[in-house]
Unconditional design. Structure first.
Length: 328
């Protein structure tokens, strides 16, 4: 394991332990929280003794991608026979198809808005969440959401499916955006998953160019104006992390031809072979050059630029992006 990967995983484990300590302080020493703290401490001890990332059964190194998805893992697939590995692959393929089936249409046009998204898992399944929901009969509002669940792999994908179901059902009830986020926060906490949380930004695009946005700890959405790139910095805490929280709504008006751009950290935190980060600044420059493009063309330009930056390096995180443009 490279020193950079080891340092990154240690930081993630320490961050997770701090979140669990907050959960204990908020909710008491529940058995599942204690168990997770013990798993974090055991992983940190293996780091200190130099055995972290080594299979406890066969002694071979565990794949770094597997450790990124689950930093608690202690063994590789050596315990599985050929039949078991085939069954596991079948389950992952099925999970991938199911998750793809939860995604909305990739291109949506409604009430003067045009939207397009890209969804690229780093593995078989993703912890990212993208959604586009229309109301009315072609003349209603456009709801949208982009989220990033902590961790990777199947556990994150299950939480993504939970977000998908709750977001759509709460829209149908007609709740305002802050209440939708507050209820999602409570639902995650009620399921006793203190190590799992999600950053999420959601919104409602109305006729006339006004967009309401509610942000729970996610990367700031960007507005590609005719003369500048504007970051919408207002943000609350991620959902599923700490107690009862109130979320605030911000409003922004887009003029015809202007675009709202949302993304997950798989874009801005992508690193090339020299360990350089793609970064928010490079994304801002990209939007400046291509802000006049329609959403699908803008997504193409973004992913092409990212591919040139990576120069063949394999993405280490799930990536999602969404562009919502007020039609000219």
């Amino acid at each position: 394991m490279s020193p950079e990967t080891a340092a990154s995983l240690r930081t993630k484990l320490i961050d997770r332990r701090q979140l669990l300590e907050k959960a204990v302080a908020e909710r008491g020493s529940l058995d599942d929280i204690v168990r997770l703290v013990e798993q974090v401490d055991a992983a940190l001890r293996r780091m200190d003794t130099g055995t972290y990332g080594t299979c406890s059964v066969c002694g071979e190194s565990i794949e770094e991608t597997d450790l990124e998805r689950n930093p608690f893992v202690e063994y590789c697939l050596c315990q599985l026979n050929d039949q078991q590995q085939q069954a596991l692959q079948h389950d992952l393929d099925l999970a991938q198809r199911i998750q793809r089936g939860l995604l909305p249409p990739q291109d949506v046009r409604v009430a003067g808005w045009e939207a397009h998204y890209r969804y690229q898992p780093a593995g078989p399944v993703s912890g990212d969440y993208c959604d586009l929901v229309t109301t009315g009969d072609g003349d209603g509002d456009l709801y949208f959401a982009v989220a990033d669940v902590s961790g990777k792999g199947v556990a994150a994908a299950l939480l993504m499916a939970h977000l998908n179901a709750s977001f759509r059902s709460l829209i149908q009830v007609g709740l305002p955006l802050p209440e939708i986020l507050a209820r999602q926060n409570r639902m995650l906490l009620d399921h006793h998953l203190p190590s799992q949380y999600a950053t999420l930004v959601c919104g409602r695009a109305r006729q006339g160019g006004v967009i309401e946005i509610c942000n729970a700890g996610h990367w700031p959405p960007l507005v590609a104006r005719r003369d500048r790139i504007e970051a919408l910095e207002e943000s609350g805490l991620p959902i599923g992390m700490i107690g009862e929280r109130r979320y605030e709504t911000a409003s922004v008006r887009l003029e015809p031809g202007e675009t709202l751009f949302l993304y997950t950290d798989g874009l801005v935190e992508a690193r090339d072979g020299d360990d350089s980060e793609f970064g928010a600044s490079r994304l801002g420059d990209l939007l400046t050059r291509h802000r006049a493009l329609a959403p699908r063309a803008l997504a193409d330009a973004c992913l092409e630029t990212l591919g040139e930056f990576l120069r063949g390096s394999r993405p280490s995180d799930d990536l999602s992006l969404m562009a919502i443009r007020r039609e000219a």
